[in-house]
Design a protein around this ligand. Structure first.
Ligand code: SAM
Length: 279
């Protein structure tokens, strides 16, 4: 593979440190540094940015991010076997890479961002472990206060999850995730990554999703929005008068000005917010 930074090829790094991929940790590594640079570039300008990366593993994406001139990169990795390999990258880019060993689901990212003292934008970039990816995304989408601590998120998902994130009422993948992401961010699928780009290859195609927070999302309480989307999509084939019955049914729908005969999958984000605000 083309060298982007004078460090050894990732295949050698993995072999030298005995980093055989573990399924339980969602480990599917990217070894092509041109591809990892393409992912990092999708995040936007990195020169003044502080980047937070989840799950650096042997460091393919980490190296790409650093090679693009990022000021500071904070990486959170759960697998302690990866730390010596990451320390080599840190030595190569003195003072720019901080590695935190731990479970990203337990990290207070807003606090981490505060402590970093970053003056430029904070960008989240990750080839996420699939088993925790959606939960992390939901945590970041429900950040409080809003606008959040980050300027963008550039994340790898299984394609099917990516489709759900960017979906709206005009397509079949629309559901709770699409409402949440559409309400608070502008989300787009950047490009697909085939299974064979990973070691080992996963069963399905992956996709890189780029999300930027909206400055002024429609005012709406998250808890209320979650209640209405949970009820409505919990019975997505039913008419709303049935699916949101426990929340007030026809009275609630009349207050929100929404036809009780419609189904969840036909409601726009704006209409879901109206429903939530009528609770
Ligand atoms: N970024 C590397 C790449 O692109 O080749 C590795 C990506 S691999 C899909 C996911 C990485 O996340 C693994 O290194 C795994 O050990 C790490 N990981 C899994 N669960 C984690 C968690 N809860 N918190 C932090 N890292 C985690």
């Amino acid at each position: 593979m083309a060298a982007i930074d004078g460090l050894p090829p990732l295949r050698d790094v993995i072999q030298r440190h005995g980093l055989d991929a573990r399924k339980a940790l969602g480990q599917n590594f990217l070894l092509d540094l041109n591809l990892t640079q393409k992912i990092a570039r999708t995040a936007g300008p990195l020169e003044d940015a502080t980047v937070i990366e989840v799950g650096p593993g042997p460091g393919g994406l980490t190296r790409a991010i650093l090679s693009l001139g990022v000021r500071k990169l904070i990486a959170i990795e759960r697998d302690s076997r990866c730390l010596p390999a990451l320390a080599e990258i840190s030595d190569h880019y003195p003072g720019r890479l901080e590695v935190i060993e731990g479970d990203a689901l337990k990290v207070d990212f807003a606090e981490l961002a505060r402590q970093s003292g970053a003056s430029g934008p904070i960008r989240i970039i990750a080839n996420l472990p699939y088993n925790v990816g959606t939960q992390l995304l939901v945590n970041w989408l429900t950040a409080d206060p809003w606008p959040p601590f980050y300027a963008s998120m550039t994340l790898m998902f299984q394609r099917e999850v990516g489709l759900r994130i960017v979906a709206d009422e005009t397509n079949d993948h629309y559901g709770r995730l699409g409402v949440l992401a559409g309400w608070r961010t502008e989300a787009r699928m950047a490009f697909d990554v085939p299974p064979q780009a990973f070691t080992p290859p996963p069963k399905v195609t992956s996709t890189v999703v780029h999300l930027e927070p909206r400055e002024n999302p429609i005012p709406c309480a998250i808890a209320a929005l979650e209640r209405v989307t949970q009820a409505a999509f919990g019975q997505r084939r039913k008419m709303l008068r049935q699916s949101v019955k426990s929340l007030g049914g026809e009275t609630l729908l009349a207050k929100a000005g929404i036809d009780p005969q419609r189904r969840a999958e036909t409601l726009s984000v704006e209409e879901f917010c109206r429903l939530a605000n009528s609770l």
